[in-house]
Design a protein around this ligand. Structure first.
Ligand code: AMP
Length: 195
């Protein structure tokens, strides 16, 4: 199973990916997590990405495409993967298509988590509170100002992917405002994997 989770920041892509990796026994490939790891490890990629991420803007297509191309060749991706937060631009979507075609692989579906923008700001604030309460570090980009910028980037650069994948017959929309369990059930239904 090769899936893309699409939706604005705070839509629940990461939460659903965590549940789906257990069900399908395939890894979650989150470019956000990979970039944060690179920043922490102070690699060349991390040094280039840090300021851009802190500002809520998008890291260059070349950087993220290279990270993903390398990752999907690892053994744990042999049976599939869930792309979370990638692709985020039309150029990245074209890159995924080329990467998969080169490997004679295909996408099974693109799941769009459809959410209400206004509710997202509250979700992000709660995510920051929960991280604090659990003694975990709060993401630097989980504050209202940077979040607004991340949302603008989403509508400018990522939302066009909805039409792109719809035209390919791959887009499946689910109501991202429903409870976590209900969203998972809807995803299983659209994928035809519900018990
Ligand atoms: P996320 O954890 O998916 O919200 O990503 C956090 C940040 O990492 C984003 O705001 C971007 O700065 C960067 N990032 C993650 N994935 C991508 C991507 N596919 N393309 C460009 N930048 C990305």
């Amino acid at each position: 199973m090769r899936l893309i989770l699409l939706g604005p920041p705070g839509a629940g892509k990461g939460t659903q990916a965590q549940i789906l990796i257990e069900k399908f026994r395939i890894p979650q490939l989150s470019t956000g997590d990979m970039l944060r790891a690179a920043v922490k490890a102070e690699t060349e990629v991390g040094k280039k990405a840090k300021a851009v991420m802190d500002a809520g803007e998008l890291v260059s297509d070349a950087i993220v495409n290279a990270i993903v191309a390398e990752r999907i060749d690892q053994a744990d991706c042999a049976n599939g993967f869930i792309l979370d937060g990638y692709p985020r631009t039309l150029a990245q979507a074209d890159a995924v298509e080329a990467m998969l075609a080169e490997r004679r692989l295909k996408l099974d579906a693109v799941i769009e988590l459809v959410v209400d923008d206004k509710a997202l700001v509250g979700r992000i604030a709660r995510r920051a509170e929960q991280a604090l309460a659990a003694g975990q570090p709060v993401r630097k980009d989980d504050n209202p100002e940077v979040f607004e910028e991340r949302l603008r980037e989403y509508y400018k650069k990522t939302a066009p992917l909805i039409g792109y994948y719809h035209a390919k017959g791959l887009l499946k929309g689910v109501d991202g405002m429903a409870s976590i369990n209900e969203v998972t059930q809807q995803i299983e239904k659209v994928l035809g994997t519900a018990a």
